[in-house]
Design a protein around this ligand. Sequence first.
Ligand SMILES: C[S@@+](CC[C@H](N)C(=O)[O-])C[C@H]1O[C@@H](n2cnc3c(N)ncnc32)[C@H](O)[C@@H]1O
Length: 224
Amino acid sequence: MVDIIKSQGWNWEIVSDEFADVWKNPAPESFYLLHRWKKQHKKNFLDLGCGLGRHTVLFASNGFDVSAFDISENAIERTSNWVKELGLNVNIKQGDMLNIPFDNESIDCILCMNVISHTDTNGTYKIADELKRVLKAGGECYLTLGSKETWGFKQNWPMVDANTKLRDEQGPEYMIPHFYADYDLIFKIFKDFEIVDIKHIGTYYTKDNKTYESYHWHILIKKK
Ligand SMILES: C[S@@+](CC[C@H](N)C(=O)[O-])C[C@H]1O[C@@H](n2cnc3c(N)ncnc32)[C@H](O)[C@@H]1O
């Protein structure tokens, strides 16, 4: 058995709804995926690492059969409350992406937006196996991974392995593992899938007079 760092969810307790704008509004890519997967007649959607539930609500409001899970109890509680308020029907569970709490070949499409990076290198390979296990043949998964070009990978944070650091910065991700990939590593991790699309997206923001360059891989994979 290979060693994998212990999973640890976000500390959502310190993020109030009032300051959670980013996490309550769907990511731009999710609107494209909604359109793509509707056109493909996909039905069972999994929001892997659902956070506060922005994509769970989007897909459930648009006719998908939605399942969602997160390792954080607070995230599950807040997603459940939101779904209930809107009168939506969603299968929500607490669980760890290293052992996705759903049956083999039960899911048509998966969105993991800024989630899979929260483990180490061995963990990322294990999650790729789990994605393969739960997806139906022809099923798709859209996921993001931190890039080695992002500012975080250049910080002097504690290293877990050659690709993984512990985020030594106060906030909801304090001391949570962050795995960073480069182009070649992506092909190694997802060798069993068809890679439909890869984008390397840069986001710039300024905080306390310092400008950050944050790069993520956006990857669309398909189970063969
Ligand atoms: C950056 S947030 C993104 C939330 C959501 N995907 C979104 O786009 O709004 C990352 C989420 O991944 C969850 N997470 C971290 N490690 C996890 C694990 N091992 N299993 C399941 N969820 C995990 C965190 O608790 C957090 O809610």
